[in-house]
Write a protein that binds this ligand. Structure first.
Ligand code: ADP
Ligand code: MG
Ligand code: ZN
Length: 504
């Protein structure tokens, strides 16, 4: 094709993901070593995860249960029997020179995940999700003095490389989607949803370093190959040269890397050049991708059955494994059961911990009051402090006590939020202590009456304005009384008292 013809082509991006998620288990997938991260390298290791001769792997029941939960959450087929394979390649982080993974009988097949992009519902098919072991981690280091961290560098500049097998054997689930994404933004929304579901299931910890790693595949096809429902024929997908950007560690990173890759490939095609089928690396700081190597193929890995692990029967077992109510279902229930807006329900179901917290508060108070306090006040203040609900899960009683003080009209909602809640979070105090110290108990009766009389005596001009029918005069006097009572009087009550007093 001539460059001119190429230029006039309308192109569409096609994207598919391979997402590696670390499953939260106490021990590794094939041995009893701890999965806790450790500062000291090579301490959580044993003959199995170091790949010493004669050591035999034993499958961790917890990892299989976690994988079944994921399978149920994405509505996947879980076969009667699942098997493990060896994927052979040499790399220093892989002590056995092969990785135990799954091949033709993965634990989950044909799933689906729904998510929302800018208000639209989208669904992406999950081709498969399989179990495998994580390799160890390596660090390239430059000679010199000073702490190791300051001397870590790229492979090209390194004088030597250190390897730490603490991570080797950590259970991973690799989730492979169909190439159903049409834009980088969709990928980000999908990843957010995936993480939310995994956290609901209790099988994943997003705060753990490197717990989510993404390989993102992208190719460009003729826009007219995309059907109205977004469908693209398999022949077109197979013919399109694609790149795989490896090892992206964040949602935002995935979106950025793909946006870069889309524009890079578009320019190539439009200038009549070919896209190389290759593996690329995403440089987070520069926001670009660079070529790493031509893409390896399946046959390069010499897959064969892991004879040390017999086929695993999961058919009977999987029925006993239950999963909790998932975010979508819970959000819909919150709208129906508590009469919340969709927006409030979404906020309140953003994590399982928030949703549980809200439901416990809503058991004791009116749902609207509970929603305002959890969704707006509490989450807002936590967010501002870079905290999350899990940081205060042992202070549930204190939060409900605060809501009770508002509910029983002991303090104003404004003081409760802007003073008590903030002091509770900043100083770790309980609400009654703050109310007492700051004198926030609502002032009523005599004290308010006294302040009203004072305000009238001190502001004769405003009083005459009031009699002249000037609207703002009363507001001004209310403000004066509120000031005198340190904001602890009820504005409605003050208003009434002023009118009475001025009517005499
Ligand atoms: P491989 O065998 O090379 O790993 P797969 O067919 O298993 O390739 O697919 C790997 C990933 O590539 C999947 O996430 C899939 O969605 C994605 N993919 C397949 N075809 C395309 C394409 N034409 N453009 C972008 N991604 C694709
Ligand atoms: Mg692959
Ligand atoms: Zn071990």
């Amino acid at each position: 094709m001539t460059a001119q013809a190429a230029e006039s082509r309308e192109l569409a991006a096609v994207i598919g993901l391979e997402v590696h998620v670390q499953l939260e288990t106490e021990t590794k997938i094939f041995c009893g070593c701890s999965t806790e991260s450790s500062e000291e390298p090579n301490t959580n290791t044993c003959p199995v995860c170091l790949g010493l001769p004669g050591a035999l792997p034993v499958v961790n029941e917890g990892a299989v249960e976690a994988a079944v939960k994921v399978g149920k959450a994405i509505d996947a087929d879980i076969p009667e029997e699942t098997t493990f394979h060896r994927k052979n390649y040499y790399y220093p982080d892989l002590p056995k020179n092969f990785q135990i993974t799954q091949y033709d009988a993965p634990i989950c097949q044909d799933g689906e995940l729904e998510f929302a992009v800018e208000g639209d519902r989208r669904a992406v098919d999950i081709r498969r999700a399989h179990l495998e072991e994580d390799p160890g981690s390596i660090k390239h280091v430059r000679d010199g003095s000073g702490p190791l961290e300051s001397r870590t560098t790229s492979i090209e500049r390194a004088d030597y490389t250190l390897v730490d097998y603490n991570r080797a054997g950590t259970p991973l689930m690799e989730i492979v989607t169909e190439p159903d994404f049409r834009a980088p933004g969709e990928v980000r929304a999908f990843l957010e949803k995936l993480e939310e579901v995994l956290e609901y299931l209790g099988v994943f910890d997003a705060t753990r370093d490197g717990s989510l790693r993404i390989d993102a595949n992208l190719s460009m096809v003729n826009a007219d190959a995309v059907g109205e429902d977004g469908h693209i024929d398999d022949e077109v997908l197979e013919a399109a040269n694609r790149t795989e950007v490896k090892n992206i560690s964040s949602h935002k990173g995935a979106e950025k890397a793909l946006a870069f890759e889309e524009s890079r490939q578009r320019k190539l095609v439009q200038s009549g050049r070919a896209v190389e089928q290759e593996t690329r690396h995403f440089n987070e700081t520069h926001g670009n991708t660079v070529s790493m190597r031509s893409k390896e193929e399946e046959k390069d890995y010499r897959y064969f059955r892991e004879a040390d692990i017999p086929p695993l029967q999961v058919s009977g077992w999987k029925d006993e494994i239950a999963i909790p109510e998932l975010p979508d279902a819970r959000r819909e229930r919150f709208v129906a059961e508590y009469g919340l807006s969709d927006e409030a329900a979404s906020k309140l179901t953003s994590t399982k911990q928030v949703a549980d917290f809200f439901e416990s508060v809503a058991e004791q108070f009116d749902a609207d009051l509970a929603a305002t306090w959890v969704a707006d006040n509490l989450l807002g203040e936590l967010n501002y402090r870079d905290m999350s609900i899990t940081d205060i899960d042992d202070r549930f009683e204190e939060v409900t006590r605060l809501v009770e003080l508002v509910d029983e009209d002991e303090i104003t909602a404004k003081n409760a939020h802007e003073t008590v809640l903030r002091e509770m979070l900043d100083k770790g105090e309980d609400p009654d202590t703050v109310v007492e110290r700051e004198g926030l108990g609502k002032t009523s009766g005599d004290a308010v009456q006294g302040a009203v009389e004072e305000a009238i005596a001190e502001n004769p001009d405003t009083v005459s304005d009031y009699y002249d029918g000037e609207d703002n005069a009363l507001n001004f006097l209310v403000g004066q009384v509120m000031q005198k009572t340190g904001g602890s009087a009820d504005p409605g009550e003050v208003n009434g008292l002023l009118r009475e007093e001025l009517a005499e």
